[in-house]
Write a protein that binds this ligand. Structure first.
Ligand code: ADP
Length: 441
């Protein structure tokens, strides 16, 4: 039999015995009801005394031993002791686990900050405190934007797109670069991962400076060489046998000049990380100009169309946008045969502004598309060199678009043609008074 069932059995027997005894004694004294009442009062008093002892022990449980009570009350006390022991065991395990977690996160080489749905700091590890200058208790509960006010980070947090980290420069105190990445979890909570990328950024700056300086140093001797080659080519008494090699030398010198021009342009784009200006650009006029440039090429697709589905102006840096668009249009003209066609299109919708260049040229095999914007990446190196390409055009386009908050999309079918589309966010579009489709070809 279970101890609890046994205890209830005893309790029932005790109550029955008390009733019988009370009635019997009362009957002997000619008052059975009085005897019963007194017996029940005594039983109740005894029960209350047990209850009092149990309650007193519960209050002083931390230093008093459980009272030695049998029966149902003893059973209840035994159950409480068991529950208490189990709770203490789980609590100890939880504390141990927490300590281990704290020790392991403290040993992490990166900073970790836990933010609640209101972006208030809930917890952070030692590295986060060091990198972000957070104070252990004072900064808990404060909003992260109030402590980390770098505009790029505030914008990154507001945007809600946490696929990539944001790199911020902290010039106050030490000159450090921090990479900040947010990982959402749970019910709107955010995990902020912080790492010091100063070393990588310095190495990157050294690399950039080297490329910029080397390109700059090469420019002057190349100008001299090109000048002499030009003069030599115009020499009336030039040996006809030398004309072929001379024109090849001039072509190669032009290619080198184009590469150096593009390298310098790329370093300039990489050098300035502040947001670009937002001057209104007349896209219609720009596309008309680009169309004229294509038609001025000795070899160009016979049909060059411009389709304007909007007169809205683009807000950005005119020379940079001109350079990006002309690189795309140049490529389309270069890689499309004269019997093919080329179309430039500008349109605006709720997602922002879009500029696309579609050609009916050779197309690009799908495996090359993801790597097109890498520097010097060419699908067909021989062909690209023959057309005078520097291999840097699409890298420039990607940088310009990034600086304008935009992105490049490439669609292509091998042998049928390609479409390169620049997508700009809505804040880069100035609303136009009238929208009408304009087409000239
Ligand atoms: P390049 O100066 O060699 O044209 P880009 O960076 O502008 O360098 O382009 C990279 C490569 O992408 C090119 O070498 C070419 O193979 C391919 N490409 C770019 N645009 C087109 C296009 N419209 N049609 C086919 N291939 C293209």
């Amino acid at each position: 039999m279970q101890p609890a069932t046994q205890a209830w059995g005893f309790a029932a027997v005790r109550l029955a015995g008390t009733v019988v005894l009370g009635v019997a004694v009362g009957w002997l004294l000619h008052n059975p009801w009085g005897g019963l009442a007194i017996a029940l009062i005594l039983h109740l008093g005894w029960m209350l005394a047990q209850l009092f002892r149990t309650e007193w022990w519960l209050r002083h449980r931390s230093y008093a031993d459980p009272p030695e009570i049998g029966g149902v009350w003893g059973e209840i006390i035994a159950q409480i002791v068991r529950l208490h022991r189990r709770k203490r065991f789980h609590k100890q395990r939880f504390v141990q686990l927490m300590r281990q977690l704290q020790r392991s996160t403290a040993a992490l080489p990166d900073g970790v900050v836990i933010l609640n749905a209101q972006r208030e700091i809930v917890w952070f590890n030692r590295m986060a405190a060091r990198l972000l200058n957070l104070r252990r208790t004072a900064d808990l509960g404060l909003r992260i934007e109030n402590l980390l006010r770098e505009p790029q980070f505030v914008r990154y947090l507001a945007r809600g797109d946490y696929a990539n980290p944001v790199v911020v420069h902290q010039s106050s105190g030490t000159d450090t670069w921090l990479s900040l990445q947010v990982a959402p979890y749970g019910d709107g909570q955010l995990l902020l991962l912080v790492s010091d990328v100063s070393r990588q950024m310095r190495l990157e700056a050294v690399r950039r400076d080297f490329v910029a300086n080397a390109s700059h140093e090469l420019r002057s001797p190349l100008t001299v060489i090109s000048g002499y080659l030009e003069t030599l080519a115009q020499e009336p008494g030039l040996d006809p046998q030398l004309q072929g090699p001379l024109s090849e030398m001039r072509r190669q010198a032009e290619r080198m000049t184009a590469i150096i021009h593009d390298l310098l342009e790329l370093s300039r784009l990489e050098d300035t990380d502040e947001a670009v200006t937002a001057a209104p650009i007349d896209v219609a006029a720009l596309l008309a100009l680009l169309r004229k440039d294509v038609l001025a090429r000795p070899l160009h697709p016979h049909e060059v169309r411009v389709r304007l589905d909007s007169t809205a102006r683009l807000l950005g840096d005119e020379p940079e946008i001109h350079s990006a668009f002309s690189n795309l249009v140049d490529n389309a003209a270069k890689y499309t045969p004269p019997e093919g066609s080329l179309e430039m299109r500008w349109w605006v919708d709720e997602d922002g502004g879009h500029f696309s260049v579609t050609d009916t040229g050779m197309g690009i095999p799908p495996e090359h598309i993801p790597r097109l914007t890498e520097r010097f990446y060419r699908v067909d190196p021989g062909r690209s060199r023959a057309t005078g390409g520097s291999g840097l055009g699409l890298a420039i386009v990607k940088h310009v678009l990034q600086r304008h908050g935009g992105r490049l999309q490439v669609q292509s079918v091998l042998g049928a043609g390609s479409t390169f589309t620049c997508h700009f966010p809505p804040e880069r579009i100035e609303a136009a008074p009238l929208t009408q489709a304009v087409r000239f070809s």
